[in-house]
Write a protein that binds this ligand. Structure first.
Ligand code: GLU
Ligand code: ASP
Length: 497
């Protein structure tokens, strides 16, 4: 986006009105709060909805299939951010993308709210994947547009926004989870739909006054000639895809198994292509090439980190349901409530970490070291959760505090890696690709969940010790490796700290 545009946008946004921040932050905070409420609320019960028996209101799928679908779903949700980011950047602007995204998401949850067949379930998946791809990267990039380049409230603004994400993620399992598990899954999904509706209403009714021009400028619109070419390729792409599907399904080639594999391949292939294109682009300078090299090990570490963090909603959700004592200290715990732990710890510990980094000032760990720390904690969180089986075998029910501890430890890592990750991406990705940095960062999560979909089948109570041990151990090894090369990586970062 041209500097003049950026300046014009900032001038159009009321610069105060939300805790000393631009008024637009109110709109974006609550839109994302409700979107995450609907997303994490839905995910807190979806896995149980899939593998619970028909008699319990579920779909009666095999558990390992349900776990793999959760991961594929999560992967596609973040993968589609590339499409959403691109559409906003080149065709209709971020604000429209957020609006249509919210609409698709809401329709997706409404579809889930209708009791019915498995096909409705897949329709809702498509809607939510496309909707989140449109909404998630764009709502965050509008946050960036509210502040001028040198505004020192910028980082604080992103931290407030991050709180909004986690507040939504925290209350959702308590509300959607409780209703979904206690009364009826579909009622739970309809609350998720109402949440997204609330987000949409806030967005639509407050954007005029609060956002000014933010989100409405198409950063690099397609020229008419490009338009023709792009629409033609999209058209051909859709036809080719339809033909492939029409041929492979009847031939029995497009099975669930091959689809998991396909997502796995895409999860790795897409970021790889991204890196190659950025690296070889004539618009990328020599210094930027060096920074890209530094970014690769960080990106790989992020994949490993998210692979463990996201299993908190799949493998550990199953662990909460089947391996954990749910009648504890006089109350009956819903397994869905465990999903509130991660965001709860994020909300409570984020200020502490912010204070710690500030206090340490120049002495705080470098970006590669923070990533290594993130991985270390992620690995430890898995080693901790193998202990109950080690001490008590895989048949007796486990004290829920073990799970609480595991979620706690992973959050220590998340706070080292996640908030730094996005800003590191912004600083290390070549300037010519700046519109895509948000989607690029989400690709680390997409790749992680694509891998999770492949490995979910190796988990069962009988194999859990090996499962948690191998993955946790691999994360710790990678962390040590990253730590030992951190000086070298820092060198490649050419002055970025
Ligand atoms: N849990 C965070 C969110 O939903 C992080 C996602 C990511 O950065 O990959 O926004
Ligand atoms: N901590 C995650 C994120 O930052 C939320 C979650 O996993 O529930 O949004």
């Amino acid at each position: 986006m041209a500097d003049l545009d950026k300046q014009r946008i900032v001038e159009s946004v009321p610069q105060r009105g939300f805790f000393g921040h631009p008024k637009g932050l109110f709109t974006l905070f609550f839109t994302e709060f409700w979107e995450r409420f609907s997303y994490y609320g839905m995910r807190a019960i979806l896995v149980y909805y899939m593998y619970y028996e028909l008699s319990q209101g579920g779909l009666g799928m095999e558990e390992s299939t349900a776990l793999a679908i959760m991961s594929i779903y999560g992967s596609l949700v973040y993968m589609s951010g590339i499409i959403g980011g691109w559409l906003a950047d080149r065709i209709f602007g971020a604000s429209k993308a957020v609006f249509y995204g919210g609409l698709f998401i809401m329709l997706g949850h409404i579809t889930l709210a209708i009791p019915g067949s498995i096909s409705l379930f897949f329709v809702s998946m498509v809607l939510i994947v496309l909707g989140t791809g449109l909404l998630k990267p764009n709502v965050s990039s509008i946050v960036g547009e509210l502040y001028s380049e040198h505004d020192d409230r910028r980082d604080a603004g992103f931290s407030i926004f991050y709180m909004g994400i986690n507040l939504g993620a925290f209350i959702a399992p308590l509300i959607v989870g409780t209703v979904g598990m206690k009364y009826n899954f579909h009622l739970g999904f309809s609350i998720a739909a109402v949440g997204m509706l609330a987000g949409l209403i806030i967005f639509v009714y407050t954007r005029k006054n609060n956002l000014g021009l933010a989100g409405s400028v198409v950063a690099s619109p397609l020229s008419p000639a490009e338009r023709k070419k792009v629409f033609l390729s999209i058209g051909i792409g859709i036809v080719v895809l339809a033909v492939i599907v029409a041929i492979t399904i009847p031939l029995g080639l497009l099975t669930f198994k091959s689809f998991i594999l396909l997502v796995g391949i895409l999860g790795i292939l897409i970021p790889t292509i991204y890196f190659i294109v950025m690296f070889r682009s004539p618009r990328t300078t020599g210094v930027e090439r060096s920074r890209l090299i530094a970014y690769i090990p960080l990106f790989i570490a992020a994949i490993m980190f998210w692979a463990i963090q996201e299993q908190g909603a799949t493998i550990l959700a199953s662990y909460a349901d089947k391996r954990t004592q749910l009648d504890f200290a006089g109350i009956h715990i819903s397994p869905a409530w465990f999903q509130s732990l991660n965001p709860l710890f994020i909300i409570t510990l984020a200020p502490l970490f912010a204070w710690l980094w500030m206090k340490l000032g120049q002495r705080q760990p470098t970006i590669p070291k923070k990533f290594a720390l993130g991985l270390l904690f992620a690995g430890l969180s898995f080693l901790v959760i193998l202990l109950p089986a080690y001490f008590g075998g895989e048949h007796s029910l486990v004290n829920p505090l073990w799970l609480v501890l595991s979620y706690f430890i992973v959050v220590l890592g998340e706070l080292c890696l996640s908030p730094v990750g996005l800003s590191a991406t912004t600083k290390l990705a070549p300037a010519a690709f700046s519109a895509q940095t948000m989607s690029l960062w989400f690709l680390s999560n997409a790749a992680a969940q694509a891998i999770n979909a492949q490995i979910a089948r190796f988990y069962s109570p009988a194999t859990e010790m090996v499962y948690f041990g191998v993955i946790g151990g691999a994360a710790i090894l990678l962390s040590i490796l990253l730590f030992s090369f951190s000086g070298k990586i820092q060198g490649y970062m050419k002055g970025i700290t």
